[in-house]
Design a protein around this ligand. Structure first.
Ligand SMILES: [Zn+2]
Length: 303
């Protein structure tokens, strides 16, 4: 999978479609590479199709190593809490039409989408080194793989730069707040792009000491309700299994059973429904400001 950096979208959006009564502006990531988006209100730079998860249910897992910066359960609570923010009853008291399922803890620590093996949408802390070419000033990176012809999201993985940033989880001592950061990234995970509204969670920069992005602004809720119109999701039929099956291991470590790996059935796993979303940030050391870039994206015509 080849990720491509995106230029910052200087786009606007205004009125809300479905739920939130006073949304100002939002943008959704689109299939145009490398920097496409679609905004409300429309922008002259709009192009392509909006991307979204195709089913009513998507799974997310945590890489088992966590981070040395905090107890595993603290990071887990912050991450799952961030995803849950996006699936609360945001759309005129109804939840967006997407459920997020906790797939547990997995060993895979590689960002990948496998066309010939099982997959997992995973959140990974990078404690040892941040090797992305964008540089060590990025606080997190979400890679989303989707079909270029359909906008259907196939896979999404989130990396957090714990090698370069001291993360916090307590509201009383907010530094680089993990839950705020992951809430923004969760938006990318669900197919949202940056908002021009500085008050929104999907705004492109993050100031150290801010925890406010844990909660959504009106344009954030407008975006998620437009992307996933509210509808009732039956938890007994909700299926979070990713394309080509769920696999806790990376492709290189999966047992080979033909061309694909199958793990089933769903009930054998202790999954629980949560809410979900993702982002990318750049840190200016002088101003202690993290700048958030759009997600790294990889479009693929192959299924
Ligand atoms: Zn971002």
């Amino acid at each position: 999978m080849i990720g491509r950096r995106l230029a910052l979208p200087l786009l606007f959006a205004a009125t809300v479609l479905c739920a939130a009564p006073s949304a100002q502006a939002y943008c959704r990531t689109s299939t145009c590479l490398p920097a496409g988006s679609l905004c409300n209100p429309p922008s002259e730079t709009d192009c392509g199709l909006p991307i979204a998860w195709p089913a009513d249910c998507v799974g997310v897992a945590l890489q088992q190593d966590g981070t040395v910066q905090m107890p595993f359960e603290d990071s887990r609570a912050a991450i799952l809490g961030a995803f849950a923010t996006w699936t609360a009853p945001l759309c005129n008291a109804a939840p967006p039409g997407i459920a997020v399922v906790d797939m547990g803890v997995v060993p895979c620590a590689t960002v990948e989408y496998n066309k010939n093996a099982g997959n997992v949408n995973v959140v990974i802390f990078r404690d040892r080194a941040w090797t992305h070419p964008e540089g060590a000033n990025y606080i997190a990176l979400t890679t989303v793989t989707f079909g270029e012809q359909t906008g259907e999201i196939y896979d999404a993985d989130m990396e957090i730069n714990s090698a370069g940033f001291q993360l916090t989880t307590q509201p009383s001592q907010v530094g680089f707040d993990l839950q705020a950061i992951v809430t923004h990234e969760a938006g990318h995970f669900l197919g949202l792009a940056h908002s021009p509204d500085p008050e929104s969670t999907m705004y492109e920069s993050y100031q150290e000491g801010m925890g406010g992005q844990r909660t959504l602004a009106s344009d954030d809720t407008a975006a998620i309700c437009a992307a996933y119109p509210p509808r009732t999701i039956d938890p007994t039929t909700c299926n979070p299994i990713p394309r080509h099956g769920f696999a806790p291991e990376c492709a290189a470590d999966q047992p080979k059973h033909g061309c694909a790996v199958s793990y089933g059935p769903i009930r054998s796993w202790a999954w629980e429904a949560i809410g979900l979303g993702l982002w990318l940030a750049r840190w200016s050391r002088r101003r202690l400001t993290a700048r958030l870039a759009p997600p790294r994206r990889a479009g693929t015509p192959s299924r």
